[in-house]
Design a protein around this ligand. Structure first.
Ligand SMILES: CC(C)(COP(=O)(O)OP(=O)(O)OC[C@H]1O[C@@H](n2cnc3c(N)ncnc32)[C@H](O)[C@@H]1OP(=O)(O)O)[C@@H](O)C(=O)NCCC(=O)NCCS
Length: 307
């Protein structure tokens, strides 16, 4: 058995990456759609070259990859189930190699998501130095569902993202991390600037649907929304309110803004993920009629922890 990198120049790349993505249910195993997806990732500055596979002769036995995001983070792509013939040592060697490739390309934070019932990947990830952090709840609601209250009153003024506004977006993101229960381990592991960068790759819309919410001309809220046109879905990749402005209905106004963006983009579904420990956000989403669509366990590895 040989474990090797499969760069995009390798003739086996498309079938190996296609098979991995199909196993993940994110794309059908269709070369045209795969090429379009790879192009869109490149436009978003995502490194899709971090693919590693185990071959027995020419036969593919197992594979895993990482998506290298802007801002020095990477997300591991692990097949939901290891092929029956794959022994944990092979899975371990593949993940170690993907991690090493991430480090070589300057990645400082590696993230992974596993199915909650899975027993195999968690053991492999732990052995490879990743730490379980929390369970993420995936929630969604129809765009056309009724608002939580009859009132559509909003006292926020929204400004879109631009390079000139980038410092204010970064500062607002950092303020929204104060006293957060939403994946605080992640915000502690990287700067708000790196976090903002990584969100640019959340969806095909890039930064187009981002907004900074001002109250009396002062930033109090941030919305990082990402459109997934193929799924007719607007994802709230992140929303945050300044600590001193919480508990006044501003979070609700941010969701109203996301819903309005979804309507403008003709999306049918609003989706987001929340740390299960984040009770205030979960109550907000519940009031807005978001319902569970799945859950996964989140793991991280901070590269500097190796030192
Ligand atoms: C989660 C978060 C966005 C909620 O924002 P918020 O502005 O406090 O949300 P709201 O004000 O709309 O709702 C919060 C509470 O205030 C109450 N509230 C709403 N309007 C109010 C008003 N006009 N007067 C008094 N209280 C009000 C709500 O009933 C709610 O109470 P509950 O938590 O007991 O259910 C905010 O806490 C935050 O940014 N946290 C850190 C980052 C984070 O967790 N982001 C979510 C990522 S998934």
């Amino acid at each position: 058995m040989q474990i090797c990198d499969v760069p995009s120049t390798d003739p086996r790349y498309l079938s190996t990456m296609g098979g991995l993505l199909a196993a993940l249910g994110t794309l059908i195993d269709d070369p045209t759609r795969l090429r379009e997806w790879l192009l869109s990732q490149r436009r978003l500055r995502v490194n899709t070259d971090l693919l590693v596979a185990a071959f027995d002769g020419e036969r593919l036995m197992a594979s895993a990859a990482a998506l290298g995001l802007p801002g020095g983070a990477a997300l591991l792509l692990l097949p939901p189930r290891l092929p029956a013939r794959t022994v944990p040592q092979v899975a371990h060697a593949i993940v170690q190699r993907v991690k090493a490739r991430c480090v070589d390309t300057g990645i400082r934070l590696v993230q992974a998501l596993t199915e909650v019932e899975d027993r195999t990947w968690p053991a492999v990830l732990r052995d490879c130095g990743l730490h379980f952090v929390t369970r993420l709840l995936h929630l969604r609601r129809n765009v056309s569902a009724a608002d939580p209250s009859a009132s559509r009153h909003s006292d926020l003024r929204w400004i879109p993202y631009s390079e000139a506004e980038r410092p204010r977006f970064i500062a607002m993101l950092a303020r929204s991390y104060e006293a957060t229960t939403d994946f605080p381990e992640l915000s502690a592991a990287r700067s708000a600037e790196d976090a903002l960068e990584s969100h640019t790759a959340a969806g095909e819309s890039g930064t187009q649907m981002w907004g900074l919410g001002l109250l009396e001309e002062q930033p109090v809220a941030v919305l990082l929304a990402a459109l997934h046109p193929g799924l007719s879905m607007l994802e709230v990749a992140y929303l945050g309110v300044a600590r001193e402005a919480r508990g006044r209905g501003i979070g609700s106004q941010v969701l109203a803004r996301a819903r309005d963006e979804a309507v403008r983009a003709s999306a049918n579904v609003l989706a987001l993920s929340v740390d299960r420990r984040n009770e205030s956000a979960r109550r907000l989403y519940d009031r807005w009629g978001f319902r569970p669509s799945g859950e996964r366990d989140a793991w991280i590895h901070v590269v500097s922890d190796d030192a």
